[in-house]
Design a protein around this ligand. Structure first.
Ligand code: ADP
Ligand code: ZN
Ligand code: ZN
Length: 757
């Protein structure tokens, strides 16, 4: 027998199948990882078995597989197929696609299995005879510890870990080894799994579902293989409870499930909710696990000891055998798109995977991506909706405050009168509030009042942000910081204005407004450490502060019953980005943040949530309609605009990026790429007829919006194609060009990049 395999080396030069002989004594199947001699020196390298066959292409020298890396196949059949699809769809090597499916710790055997020393009564031992030898003539123990250990083990009838025995019989290490020497007990070792969970949780059961929840659950349950559902439910409408019930049913049938949540909501809160329902059959996969934990959680899934995988984006590749359900919660989150090669979209991958396995996919959100809702309306997805909050809790009441009027009436502070009054009342009544700012240190930059000089980063072409607490200006792209200068480097004036609003300033003003207020701040400055983000949330949940101030981080998935007020300090900061999605993102963000208010019953009483949105653009539809909780109207208006102006989902963007130390090099390379790309794309399109050429809507090149970053000049080629049945042919040509294009600083082609900077 022979095996066709992919060498585990990320290099497009070896991105093809190599054939090796399977020695008789080895059992090798598709999906096994194996060790093979490779290259001229026959160095042993790891490889993935893609296919097992009984013949091979004569004419090549054939080598033997050395051994399998794991006794089990590391890759499931559907994962192999998925990897092949990813390599095609996102234009990467098969090796890169396969690597997505495995914890990096597995490759190169960097983490070892953890074994625990155990002992048990020796097989076939005459227990009472043996016990007698441990006794003196008068029936007392010769060595009390040996007798205790021996009795403990013979009573339990099972192997026990040495650590456990020591807990029962203190200082028994010597007694245990003596018993082993006598042959009364036998030492074994068994493999354990390192667990990211601390402590056990109490199990709970599902509450009685509401009629709307039942309807959604039944639809999912009765769905056909490969079906995709869009669960559109307002915040707090009980979507998670629907997921939990759908998973229960899948587990009853002996199947498995994958639940994807945004990384930021992978809090102990979320994990515990699933563990309370499903216990140890839940495994979590995320970047905060130790390497050992990650490896072991992956293995628990692969070996069937866990059948529900919870994780961020990459858990869509989890090795769940008998996969019946994939859930993507908060499906609109931009983090579901991978930012590194291959740049996959999690929903696209999930759709592919449910088709390959016959599972079903549920996309859940209060603010679905426009494309998802469009597909649901067109019937490609099945639309399920939960229009109301659980327990009749009303949607929060939202006030939109026009900050221009506040300014006109003499209020130059950060808080409008309305927000200030509500904050004071909230804190006085012992309730909690969240203050939300769209970005860290929003436009908090320094500008010279005399000459207009703006302090920009010396390495990047962006304004630096003023950090008051340590008197520095910092660049949020490269992290460099400089002391605040006391005079303008351009004209020498001493009048430098620091304008804009930052989270620090909000904190200061809040403390002035409410002396003694306890507040916590959460942004990338305060959450550098691995756990501090969780620590802050936990402290706030426990009521250790009255107000939480934060950037996007506070918007997502928080479910804190004490919160009755949410203030959006300045809502416009994401609106006027030169990005066609800024309206959609603003709507999503505001809806999410507002959803944090008044989520629960307090002392059996409904506490109506209040939201205040401060803005200079109250008439903007993203603000107006999110305040009215009106997703459908927002969708209609936005999608019509996208159709009229031909923007995604009716078009596809492609961007080629160049980053060079010399500006001229970058400029020339982008110009050359632009002209070759135009030729290639028009060539591909014209094969479908003269009219098809019009599907190239736009092609331009020049400096990127951030022209310089970390001392590199950035130029890009932007291409817009109408989305038609010809698009993929055009993109294939673009990729061919990108593969053969190799000037210095070329960063490759991205399709629909997440940010356009
Ligand atoms: P979502 O995921 O839509 O934000 P959740 O599933 O988290 O909503 O539900 C919001 C709250 O309501 C949670 O505290 C949850 O435990 C509770 N809940 C959900 N469904 C029910 C139900 N049928 N009966 C009682 N409480 C429920
Ligand atoms: Zn100046
Ligand atoms: Zn910089």
């Amino acid at each position: 027998m022979f095996a066709k395999l992919i060498i585990d080396i990320a290099n497009s030069g070896v991105d093809r199948l190599f054939t090796y002989r399977i020695p008789e004594e080895l059992e090798v199947r598709e999906g096994h990882r194996v060790l093979v001699p490779f290259g001229r020196g026959n160095k042993p390298v790891e490889a993935f078995v893609i296919e097992v066959c009984d013949e091979y292409d004569a004419g090549f020298e054939i080598k033997d597989i050395i051994r399998t890396m794991e006794p089990y196949t590391a890759l499931l059949k559907d994962q192999l197929e998925l990897a092949k699809w990813i390599a095609r769809a996102y234009h990467c090597t098969l090796c890169d696609a396969l690597r997505l499916m495995l914890p990096s710790q597995l490759r190169g055997s960097r983490v070892k299995e953890k074994t625990v020393r155990t002992v048990c009564v020796t097989d076939g031992l005459d227990v009472s005879a043996a016990r007698n030898t441990l006794l003196k003539k008068d029936g007392t123990a010769r060595s009390p510890r040996q007798l205790e250990v021996f009795d403990l083990l013979s009573r339990s009838g099972m192997p026990m870990s040495v650590d456990d025995i020591k807990a029962y019989v203190p200082s028994s290490a010597q007694a245990i080894s003596t018993l082993i020497d006598k042959g009364y007990i036998t030492e074994q070792g068994f493999v354990t799994f390192r667990s990211p969970f601390s402590g056990s949780v109490e199990r709970d059961a599902s509450p009685e579902l509401t009629p709307a929840q039942k309807e959604a659950l039944d639809a999912i349950d009765n769905g056909r293989e490969g079906d995709v559902f869009l669960l559109h439910g307002v915040t707090g409408s009980g979507k998670t409870e629907v997921y939990l019930n759908a998973i229960s049913r899948v587990l009853e049938e002996g199947g498995g499930a994958i639940v994807l949540v945004p990384e930021i909501s992978l809090t102990p809160q979320t994990n515990d909710r699933f563990r309370r329902r499903f216990g140890d059959t839940v495994a979590v996969l995320h970047s905060h696990l130790s390497p050992g934990e990650r490896y072991d959680e992956w293995r628990r899934l692969r070996l069937g000891k866990a059948r529900v995988a919870i994780g961020a984006r990459s858990a869509v590749f989890a090795p769940v055998e008998g996969l019946k359900l994939i859930i993507i919660d908060e499906e609109h989150e931009p983090s579901y798109r991978s930012e590194s090669r291959p740049e996959y979209s999690t929903d696209e991958v999930a759709i592919r995977r449910v088709r390959l396995t016959g599972a079903r996919l549920v996309l859940g959100s209060a603010t679905p991506q426009l494309i998802s809702y469009l597909r649901a309306k067109q019937g490609a997805y099945k639309l399920l909706s939960l229009p109301e909050r659980i327990n009749g809790i009303p949607m929060p009441e939202v006030d939109v405050i026009d900050m221009r009027n506040e300014f006109m009436s003499g209020n130059t502070g950060i808080f409008s009168k309305d927000l200030a009054d509500k904050l004071i009342k909230c804190v006085r009544e012992g309730e909690q509030a969240i203050l939300f700012l769209n970005r860290r240190g929003y436009s908090y930059h320094g500008e010279c009042r005399s000459c207009g000089f703006v302090f920009t980063c010396p390495h990047c072409d962006v304004a630096m942000t003023y950090h008051k607490f340590d008197g520095t200006l910092r660049c949020h792209y490269c992290g460099c910081s400089v002391k605040v200068p006391d005079k303008c480097p351009s004209c020498g004036s001493r009048y430098i204005k620091y304008s804009g609003i930052g989270t620090q300033q909000v904190e200061e003003q809040l403390k002035k407004l409410i002396p003694g207020v306890r507040c916590l701040r959460m942004d990338t400055d305060t959450t550098g450490g691995k756990t501090s983000h969780r620590d802050i949330l936990e402290a706030f949940t426990k009521g250790e502060a009255d107000v939480l101030i934060g950037t996007q981080m506070v918007a997502k998935g928080l479910d804190i019953p004490g919160v009755t007020l949410v203030g959006v300090v300045f809502a416009d900061s994401s609106l006027f980005h030169s990005d066609y999605r800024s309206g959609e993102r603003t709507f999503q963000l505001l809806t999410q943040v507002a959803g944090r208010a008044g989520r629960a019953l307090k002392d059996g009483e409904v506490k109506k949530g209040k939201v205040v949105i401060q803005t200079n653009a109250p008439e903007h539809r993203a603000i107006r309609l999110s305040a009215e909780h009106d997703y459908k109207t927002f969708f209609e208006l936005e999608i019509n605009d996208r159709l009229r102006t031909l923007f995604p989902p009716f078009a596809v963007f492609a961007r080629a990026q160049f980053e060079c130390a010399e500006e001229k090099t970058a400029a020339e390379a982008s110009e050359r790429f632009a002209s070759e790309a135009e030729k290639a794309i028009l060539g591909a399109l014209s094969s479908f007829g003269k009219d098809a050429e019009n599907e190239l809507l736009f092609l331009s090149y020049g400096p990127s919006p951030i022209r310089k970053r970390e001392n590199l000049f950035r130029y890009s080629v932007m291409i817009k194609l109408a989305r038609t049945k010809h698009t993929s042919a055009a993109i294939t040509e673009l990729w061919k060009l990108s593969d053969s294009f190799d000037p210095e600083g070329f960063r490759g082609v991205e399709i629909n990049p997440n940010d356009l900077l």
